[in-house]
Unconditional design. Structure first.
Length: 147
């Protein structure tokens, strides 16, 4: 099948915005992120976006509070996307990016919403987050300070 990776991106985009059982539904559809009528058809999506420049590129919404539509989407690398994210709406009670306290009193590290590990100290958790963020984002990593 030609354009298989682009079709997978299109399919995942649709699921995030339309399928309540999708694990990212609350970050998209419940925030009002929709797909324009034109992009409900894969061929239209592909005509507007073109093929992915590299396998590492993913779809990015330029305005994170607006939907998937021509003019608001582009192919971008993860490091580029890291610079274009919405601000957290609530303050992290630990004071460290990517670190939260769990019910057992341990500190969980999450990146991209996925659990990484638990630690006994908040400092160890923050250091682990920084190490992983450097590995993923390189020089563009947004790190925790004063650890």
């Amino acid at each position: 099948m030609k354009f298989k990776v682009e079709r997978t991106t299109w399919h995942n985009m649709k699921n995030r915005c339309t399928r309540p059982s999708h694990n990212s539904f609350s970050y998209y559809a419940e925030r009002g992120i929709k797909i324009c009528k034109r992009w409900e058809v894969f061929e239209n999506f592909l005509a507007d976006m073109g093929p992915k420049p590299t396998p590492a590129h993913t779809i990015e919404r330029i305005d994170n509070d607006s939907g998937y539509r021509p003019g608001n989407c582009r192919w971008a690398l993860p490091a580029e996307q890291a610079k274009n994210k919405r601000q957290a709406r609530r303050k992290n009670s630990t004071g460290y990016r990517g670190v939260s306290i769990n019910r057992g009193g341990r500190y969980d590290v999450r990146i991209f919403g996925s659990f990484v590990a638990s630690f006994d100290s908040v400092e160890d958790a923050a250091a682990a987050y920084n190490k992983l963020a450097r590995k993923i984002f390189g020089k563009n990593a947004v790190l925790n300070n004063s650890i």
